[in-house]
Structures are given as structure tokens and as C-alpha cells.
Design a protein around this ligand. Structure first.
Ligand code: GAP
Length: 516
């Protein structure tokens, strides 16, 4: 199936089964804004919890806060967002579509790299065991030509980035012959800069002085609370402050569902360290965060690092963790070495001394920071698209049919146990509710009595419920039920006493945390 088709199917599935809805849909939606439905909210909460516990519970020296979305406007001058949080935008005059110039060039570079890789793969298949990739890369004329083109454009691009040279961006787009994917034309406008922060007014007077911004990253709420947490938590460097919460960006090119939203959620951790140790901690956090991603059990090949050519205005080193979405590898998390950029600027703009006295070295300094910053919505979609599976199965007794099942890690499933009375009479619903009343304190249970058992199984598969139990007349007599396992579809008769023991290991977040 074409990758875009799977992407669209997952989007349709997530709406049909209560994971994600377009925002204010009865008014035809709001572009790049989405609402989480009843199942999406549970799944999102579980992913957030896995992150929170991995940070706060498993690290003695990391604490969590919850700062306000509105912050003093000077915050964003100090952080550099007022002057430097811009995207270079270019319009195609024929399609009237707007693009980020840097992304057009990066896509061009990626395509050139893919072409080279394809040549290498073709040759590997053709020449077999004796194939020497190095010799091939340095002698094959087509590969050499593509490689030279790649190297030249990359060099020009990096320089243009460093010089913030929009005219050179434009020349690269013209020289490489990049066309608009919609119109196919090269009829481009000049490149302009556009600030991504949303602004609004505080109070009733609409004067410049009252303009405040919706935070474009949660990190600044941590920096402005550095001294508070340092003192009240009696923290000692190295230590971290974590938080999760909404961030807002007026994304101009927002076409990829929850991968690029205008209102989204971040899970960020700022780790405060002694200057000079930043590269060591940067590598440490890269490794730790990759381990967290791999703990989901999606397969290690689904994640990769992508070191940045283009550094954000605050960073001196940055790497993304990318996930293999149905539409290709995309960033889900960034690990950034932010130096003392933020704390030093907040000291300058606020006039408050923001320093740390290190009892180990007897020095006073402005701490450096290594940040881990993950988008919860992107991680949500990574989990959902990894889980989405179409299978040909023999439904309990019938001919082969397709089933759609979300093979979610059971600890993250919105519903952990579905309790299904075979009929709505003879005391079976009462028995089902009795079992739920016993288990609901430990597991998220759902009662379902409508439609045939087969249809109910299908609905539970579609939302990723790992266990279903059916209550029948025998259940009344001997307190046994039929348990059905989502992935294997196997069924067995068990005593209800065994349910907690069967489910606990599988659905417990602890098992995920133990992998870290
Ligand atoms: N404090 C650093 C920071 O905000 P970032 O790379 O701009 O860094 C971090 O953002 C993460 O936030 C990204 O890796 C991505 O997962 C998520 N993110 C950023 N912009 C987003 C958007 N418009 N929609 C959804 N997620 C977004």
C-alpha cells in the first residue's frame, strides 16, 4: 500500500474510534488544531505518565513543575524568541502555496541522498558478496555526480544558514530547480521572515505594553523558576527540572496532522550542569532518551538520530530522535545543548542574579543546560501508527476477513479490560458489573453489552484493548470467564481470581519503566 494511504487510513481510524477529532468540527474545523477524544485522551495520558515517571521517579535529581502558559513579555525578549524565532517563507505564485525555504532545500538534499543510496543498493544486489561499497561510491559516475551536487548544495546551505542569508536560500532554490509539489512550477516569490509566536493582550487596554505571547516552548517556564526550585528543593548541580504542557506556534506550513500543530504539547526537561561538562551530558541524555523510545518495543530500527546542521538560536549542539512514521522518518524529540544562553539572558533582562555556588569546586557560575524536548502529540502518533495493523484473520468460526487491530503496548491501551456479558438478561450484566467493581481500582475496565460478541471483539481490537472477558451462564455457576487475547485471538476459560495476575504484568507501567 502507498505510504500516504496508510497515513490517511490511520487519521480516519483515529477519528472513527475516538482518538483524535478536528477541533471545532461542527464549524468545519480549525486548521492545524485538534482535539483528543475519549480513547485518545487515555492513550495520551499514559504516554505522558510513562515520560513523567521515567524522568521524575527514576532520577533522584530531577523534579517536576507546572508553570503558567502566560509569562512576562520580557521572557521572550530574553529567550531570543522575539527577534529570532522566525521561519523563512517562500510562496509559489502559481499554486499560491506557502513553504518553508529551509525545508524545501533539506528535502532536496534528502532526495539526492536517497538517489545515491538506491544506486548503492542496486549494485549490492547485482554484484553480491564481492561488492565493495567504498570503491563503488568513488568510481561510479552517476554516484559521483550526485555526491558532488549534494556536497556543493549542502555547503552553500550551511553557509546561508550561518549567515542568515535569505537571498542565498532563494538562489539555491532557483539553482537546484526545486519545483512546487502542487503546481510543478518554479515561479517563486522572494523569501520573507515570519515570527511564529501568537500574541494577545493582557487586560483590557490594547497597547503595545500589554502584549503578551502564548509560550512557543515550555522550557522558559523552567528557566524563570530556576532560582525558586534551586532554593526550595535544595538542589545540587547536576540536576534537572521537568514539565509537560501546551505550547503554541503559528505554523505557516501545517499540513501533517498532529505532526505540525498550532497548539501542541511538549514534555521538556532542562538539566543544569557545570560549564565544560555539556558535551558529556549531551551524549548521556541522547543515549538515555533513545533508550526510552526503544522501551516501547517497536523495533530499534524504527528510531534514529539526526544531528542538526541548522541550530536553533540558543543551541551549540543538537540532535533529533526521529521515528519511522508511515510517511518517512520525522523528528519526535530534540536534545539540545543550550549552554548558559537562557539563564545568562534572563539575568541580563531581569536584573536578578542567576548563579550557582558549587560547593564541590568552590566556584560561582551560570549553569549550562542540556535539554530534552519531546512533542507529546508526535509521540502519540508514533505509538498509534506503529500499533495500526490490518490482518486477514478467521473470525471466530467464519471465513477469512480483514481485522484492524491496534497492537498498542498494553500498558498504554486506553481500555485494559473489556467485560462483555453474552446476553443482556439472566443476571449476566450484574455478574459483569460485579467483576468490574472488583477490578476497576487497578485496571481501566469497560462494560459493553451491545451487538454480537464478534462485533464487540472487533470494536475492542480497533481501540487496542489487550484483554476481553466474556460472561456466560457458566460464569454464574463457577465464577469462570472466557478471556480472549487481542494479538493472538486465543481464548481460554479461567477463574476470575486469576485475572489480576494474568493482566498485571502485561498492563503495568512498571514493566516499561524497568526496561530503562
Ligand atoms: N525547547 C526546545 C524546543 O521547543 P523544538 O525542536 O522546537 O525544541 C521540540 O520542539 C519538540 O516539540 C519537537 O521535537 C516536536 O516533537 C515538538 N513540536 C515542535 N513543533 C511542533 C508542532 N508545531 N506540532 C507538534 N509538535 C511540535
Amino acid at each position: 500500500m502507498i505510504k500516504e494511504d496508510i497515513f490517511k487510513k490511520i487519521i480516519a481510524h483515529s477519528k472513527e474510534y475516538g482518538f483524535i477529532f478536528p477541533s471545532s468540527e461542527i464549524y468545519d474545523g480549525l486548521s492545524a488544531v485538534y482535539d483528543y477524544g475519549q480513547n485518545g485522551t487515555e492513550l495520551k495520558n499514559n504516554i505522558r505518565r510513562f515520560w513523567w515517571e521515567a524522568m521524575i521517579r527514576l532520577n533522584e535529581n530531577i523534579v517536576g513543575i507546572d508553570a503558567a502558559i502566560f509569562m512576562h513579555p520580557r521572557t521572550w525578549e530574553a529567550s531570543g524568541h522575539v527577534s529570532a524565532f522566525n521561519d523563512p517563507l517562500i510562496d509559489n505564485k502559481d499554486s499560491k502555496k506557502r513553504y518553508r525555504a529551509d525545508q524545501l532545500i533539506e528535502e532536496f538534499l534528502q532526495k539526492t541522498e536517497d538517489k545515491i543510496q538506491k544506486e548503492v543498493e542496486k549494485a549490492t544486489g547485482k554484484f553480491g558478496a564481492g561488492f565493495d561499497e567504498n570503491i563503488f561510491r568513488t568510481t561510479n559516475p552517476r554516484v559521483i555526480e550526485q555526491q558532488n551536487k549534494y556536497d556543493e548544495i549542502r555547503k552553500r546551505y550551511l553557509k546561508a544558514l550561518a549567515d542568515d542569508d535569505l537571498k542565498e536560500f532563494y538562489r539555491i532554490i532557483v539553482d537546484t530547480g526545486i519545483v512546487c509539489p502542487i503546481s510543478g512550477s518554479k515561479n517563486w516569490t522572494e523569501i520573507r521572515k515570519f515570527n511564529l509566536m501568537f500574541s494577545t493582550q493582557l487586560g483590557s487596554v490594547s497597547e503595545e505594553a500589554n502584549t503578551i505571547y502564548l509560550r512557543p516552548e515550555t522550557a522558559q517556564g523552567i528557566f524563570v523558576n530556576f532560582l525558586n526550585v534551586l532554593k526550595t528543593g535544595r538542589m545540587k548541580i547536576p540536576f534537572g527540572i521537568a514539565q509537560t504542557g501546551k505550547a503554541f506556534r503559528n505554523e505557516i506550513v501545517a499540513r501533517q496532522f498532529v505532526l505540525r500543530m498550532r497548539e501542541f504539547e511538549q514534555m521538556e526537561m532542562q538539566f543544569f550542569i557545570r560549564p565544560g561538562t555539556e558535551m558529556q551530558w549531551y551524549e548521556h541524555w541522547k543515549e538515555k532518551r533513545m533508550k526510552w523510545h526503544k522501551a516501547f518495543g517497536f523495533g530499534d530500527e524504527k528510531f534514529r538520530f539526526h544531528d542538526h546542521d541548522k541550530l536553533a538560536h540558543y543551541a551549540n549542539a543538537a540532535s533529533d530522535i526521529e521515528f519511522a512514521f508511515p510517511i518517512g522518518f520525522k523528528e519526535v524529540e530534540g536534545i539540545h545543548s543550550r549552554t548558559d544562553f537562557d539563564l545568562a539572558n534572563h539575568e541580563k533582562y531581569s536584573g536578578k542574579k542567576i548563579q550557582y555556588f558549587d560547593p564541590d569546586t568552590n566556584e560561582t557560575y551560570t549553569p549550562y543546560v542540556v535539554e530534552t524536548s519531546i512533542g507529546l502529540d508526535r509521540m502519540f502518533f508514533a505509538v498509534l501508527s506503529n500499533a495500526y495493523t490490518e490482518e486477514k484473520v478467521e473470525w471466530e468460526g467464519s471465513a477469512k476477513e480483514e481485522r484492524v487491530v491496534l497492537k498498542l503496548p498494553p500498558a498504554l491501551s486506553p481500555v485494559q479490560l473489556a467485560v462483555l456479558p453474552l446476553t443482556r438478561k439472566d443476571g449476566l450484566p450484574q455478574k459483569a458489573r460485579e467483576i468490574i467493581d472488583r477490578l476497576k481500582y487497578d485496571f481501566n475496565c469497560q462494560y459493553e453489552e451491545k451487538d454480537s460478541i464478534g462485533r464487540r471483539y472487533r470494536r475492542q481490537d480497533a481501540i487496542g484493548t489487550p484483554f476481553c472477558i466474556t460472561i456466560d451462564h457458566q460464569s454464574l455457576a463457577d465464577d469462570t470467564v472466557t478471556i480472549r487475547y487481542r494479538d493472538t485471538m486465543l481464548q481460554e476459560r479461567i477463574s476470575t481470581d486469576r485475572l489480576p495476575e494474568i493482566m498485571r504484568d502485561k498492563v503495568s507501567m512498571t514493566e516499561l519503566l524497568r526496561k530503562l
